[in-house]
Design a protein around this ligand. Structure first.
Ligand SMILES: Nc1ncnc2c1ncn2[C@@H]1O[C@H](COP(=O)(O)OP(=O)(O)OP(=O)(O)O)[C@@H](O)[C@H]1O
Ligand SMILES: [Mg+2]
Length: 148
């Protein structure tokens, strides 16, 4: 993934798989991202992508059980931000299928979380193992000279 360069700053956050922590993760990552001169639009895109990934960990990874641990980590390099969202939940049987727009295992849902992550971030990498968990890595490139 791009942004594999020297790490200039990093942070990590772990929390229980409770829905109220989605907002915590979103604000924490956005605050970290705002240390560099991101546009408001880019910050909004990052917030949506983080919310979708963390919601997935809570809703799907831990199936709504509140005892799971979700880990969110962010690294800033010269190239941009690498955001990782990890759970140790049920895992995804077929990642390529799960990432297709409008695919959901829950008929009540739109199946658009991965589509938003894909659209708003410059790179998206999902690795998952059944009964082990899921890791979503997202890269947001800095445009122009910012972030150096
Ligand atoms: N962390 C995860 N652990 C287990 N399964 C997951 C995880 N993230 C996604 N999935 C699976 O991938 C599917 C697609 O995820 P996506 O976020 O695109 O849609 P959704 O969550 O079903 O709907 P929406 O995000 O629109 O509410 C989910 O329905 C779920 O089956
Ligand atoms: Mg989702």
């Amino acid at each position: 993934m791009a942004g594999e360069a020297q790490v200039k700053n990093s942070m990590a956050l772990e929390f229980l798989s409770l829905p109220e922590n989605v907002g915590l993760a979103r604000v924490a990552v956005a605050t970290f991202a705002a240390q560099v001169d991101m546009t408001l639009n880019e910050l909004e895109e990052i917030k949506v992508a983080v919310s979708e990934a963390v919601s997935n960990a809570i809703i799907h990874g831990y199936n709504g059980e509140p005892q799971g641990i979700v880990r969110v980590a962010v690294e800033r390099t010269e190239a941009g931000l690498v955001i990782t969202v990890e759970d140790k939940g049920c895992g995804i049987p077929d990642v390529a299928l799960a990432m297709q727009p409008a695919y959901s295992t829950d008929p009540e849902r739109m199946g658009l979380g991965f589509a938003f992550m894909q659209a708003f971030m410059d790179e998206l990498e999902v690795t998952s193992e059944l009964n082990r968990g899921t890791r979503v890595r997202m890269f947001k490139a800095f445009k122009g000279e910012i972030g150096k």
